[in-house]
Ligand binder design. Sequence first.
Ligand SMILES: [Ca+2]
Length: 758
Amino acid sequence: MSRRSGVLVAVLASALAFGALAAPGAAAEPGPRVLRAAPHGTGDVCSAARPCSLTGARDAARTLTGRDVRDARDVRVELADGTYELTEPLKLGAADSGRAGRTVTWTAAPGARPILSGGRAIDGWTENRDGTWTAAVPEGPEGVTPRQLFVDGRRAVRARGAACAAAICDATKEGMTGAEATGIAQWKRPTGAEAVIKVRWRNYRCRITGVAGDRITFAQPCWANSSSGTERTGPAWDSTTVDSARYHGVAFFENARELLDKPGEFVWDAEDRTVTYLPRAGEDPRRVHAVTPVTERLMVLDGAHDIRVDGIGFAYAAYHQPATDEGYAGTQAGLTLTGATGPTDHAGRYYTKPAAALTVRGGRHVAVERAEFTRLGGAGVVLEAGTKDSSVTRSRFTDLSSGAAYIGDTEPDPRPELAGERNTVAYNTVRRTGVEYTDSVGIWAGYEAELSVDHNTLDELPYSGISVGWGWNQPEARKSVLRDNRVTGNRITDVMRVEHDQHDGGAVYTQGAQPGTIVSGNYINRSAYGNTERDGNGIYLDEQSSYIRVEGNVLTRLGYKWVSNWADYGIQNHATGNWTDTDTPALAGTGSTLRDNHTELDRLPAEALAVARRAGAHPERAEQLRPDLARAGRATQSSTDGEAPAAYAVDGDTSTDTRTLAEPGAWWQVDLGEVRRVGQVEVWNGASTATADFDVQLSRTADFTDATTRHITGKALRPTLLDFGEGETVRFVRIRLAGSGRVALAHVLVHPPQGHRG
Ligand SMILES: [Ca+2]
């Protein structure tokens, strides 16, 4: 194309875009004014041939939204395909908003998948003799301090070492011991490393600042905020600090050259300004595309209204706080305690949210649709500071260091303009979030009213799935704006994953009195799968959660209670018409009820399967339960300790446990009544007394002379699964200790082979 015709096309396109060719006097509604942006766009024409930058398009849009109400038009900014590398966020405010009922839409051009990126490429890798690669990291204007590294899109792991038990890494308010035993005393640069600690639902990460003999000290205020006595968390919360009795050691130290020993790990050296990476098989230093997140927020809408953000990707946004001396003193759900001082408060009003790629503050009618959030160092999206009537829908969140969506604020009784109201999070897919900050949740909401969390799919999460409400019954929090929230039709699978060692959560978690709130039609399958602690609840109405209805949910394969309302000050909660394969003790909340629930199921009825399949962002298959032959059998055990009879393992309720006396060869068994074909046995360990190092025996005869025996080393899980393929033809199933001790079991299921009725 000649230069001249190119200019002509540009002029035509821009004329079309501005609607200048519309027939004079046409009665039809004028179409939107269209502006176009591209990754390398410049100037202010904003046409297809001469696209603008993002800020250029924003500034051009300001002149088009119409200063005069009669002149108001919709404006559409179309982003061409490609990666928009941002060194600062794209900021939209009141001046960038739709006026007089009009909307400003930021959208992907037809067929395009534009991505806003906060990443910086790390290249110029050189190979070292030991097989690692090293690259120099340039000083960026905002300081490039790689905390995450993505190699060809795949997250590398900050080099991490082994766990260190509390007996060695003994923590106090001043720091901890263990420098000698862990080898840290000999590390070349221990002050680049962090200790990663998990206590119950909390996660802590503090950088080492000094090593003296066996003693290690940490950055402040990180360590002080991770310790007891701050008076800035709940009164009972000092039982979950790093210096508490519940601290059980360091999960791992990370980011030291001495820890770099597994393919896919990297280490950042702040003194040399280098990244060193141990490549995975098949990676070539001349060809890989390595990216580190640098820019913290990619899009910030502050005081904006009537804006749609549609079809845009957000990648490689950073979250700087954890790399500073603030570190990451996790309080709950991905929020942290920051600052060396702060108001005394027990209700979590001053906790700090994680940084998010897309931040909406004080928004009105902001709609985020079909966005893709991936490979982030922090969270996906935050709607806060009184954002109302706004939504995040049909978006995908994958591979995020923190949670996907944080909606609302932590002030229980804000001024009306600062209250979060009528927001919607619906039809999103949240998968593998909380990769680094394992206390974070998929979708969090603070003090919201009329919030709808509907038909989201959440999968593979370290802690709770959806968390709505705040306050822990503290006096500061009892008067709150929480009300009329809806958690409906979500599909939540594989949450509270065992390997992350975070406890005391659930697929759906609530706090606070929330009149009019309903949790219904959700499909929840597998929480704390394999854990032996009392943790992985289905729907967890924690503390003063009150006036919440739990109706028509399907809850299967849970580590603990299908619904939990343990506090007598969590009042008037009502669970009815739910389907589950376990049972739960009566709700402890004053005036709370369990009524007409379908419990202890070993098959889901068609109605429950239909609810399960409908849940989530897309219809999906639901896991049918397998028939249980043990349920109709006769259970016995070698002895019984107190009120813990053998029948508790075949009662269909994982919250009741059997228990024998401590004795040599203690056993529990079930007689199926007749010879049956057995394809699988599930052993669910007792919740408070664990069974370990035992044989599972299948036999045709009561004397077990012909038994098939499998030995399990270590503790049973919840559950330990034993597969017998096409099946063993047997009548008795026994669990027998190899040594001396107790057998304590929550549940033993005996299934026919897949596809058999037994
Ligand atoms: Ca039981």
